[in-house]
Design a protein. Structure first.
Length: 216
């Protein structure tokens, strides 16, 4: 695990999102849910883009190219924004990804085999879930090309953290200053939490300085 990923793993999505706000950067995505484990995932991104089949067929199964090329700890991010109810991730993909030590998958679209992935303890974050297969409905059109998740452009090699609150991406060119800013914010939040546990009134702890702490 690289030092950058190790630092990212110590931060939750809220701290990273706050840092992006403070720096005026995009990256936070709302409405993608954690369906399988309680684990937070953090790491570098591999991308997959899917589209309507419309007479086309896959020469190999969706996402397998990304799995075969993945390095341990990387996270596969899939865009399936066709509007077709068809899963872009499933149980056998999760087994293959876990064997490659992929940290998890994030799907802008539906995933399936949720119970299988839960038993496997493989982290699946997705927009929704379905039982419907991708076969004959959608095809893979690109691996490791820029994709769109929510309204955030995501490129291969970017960073992501995903947990129970949300999914937050950080452009690879911004990771150092985002981490530094997020670590400072998290330290302040932890100090405030300790003050509350020590009995300081919440109105004093969360006063005007809290409301302005993300101002640029």
């Amino acid at each position: 695990m690289s030092d950058l990923v190790a630092r990212l793993s110590n931060l939750d999505s809220c701290a990273i999102s706050d840092a992006l706000d403070k720096l005026g950067l995009p990256g936070s995505v709302t409405g993608i849910h954690r369906f399988t484990t309680e684990n937070r995932i953090a790491g570098r991104v591999l991308t997959v883009k899917l589209d309507r089949a419309e007479g086309r067929s896959n020469t190999r199964h969706l996402c397998t190219t990304a799995i075969d090329s993945a390095q341990p700890g990387e996270i596969i991010v899939v865009e399936q924004r066709t509007g077709i109810d068809a899963a872009s991730w499933g149980g056998n993909l999760a087994i293959g990804a876990k064997m490659r030590k992929v940290a998890g998958v994030i799907v802008e679209g539906p995933a399936r085999d949720i119970d299988d992935c839960r038993r496997l303890d493989f982290p699946v974050f997705a927009r929704t879930h379905t039982a419907r297969t991708a076969r004959g409905r959608i095809v893979e059109v690109a691996t490791n090309e820029p994709i769109l998740v929510g309204d955030v452009k995501v490129s291969p090699g970017d960073y992501v953290v995903a947990d129970g609150s949300g999914v937050v991406f950080v452009a690879h060119s911004e990771i150092e200053r985002v981490l530094e800013t997020a670590e400072g914010i998290m330290a302040r939040e932890e100090a405030m939490a300790q003050a509350l546990r020590d009995g300081t009134p919440i109105g004093q702890v969360m006063g005007a300085s809290y409301e302005t702490m993300l101002k640029r």
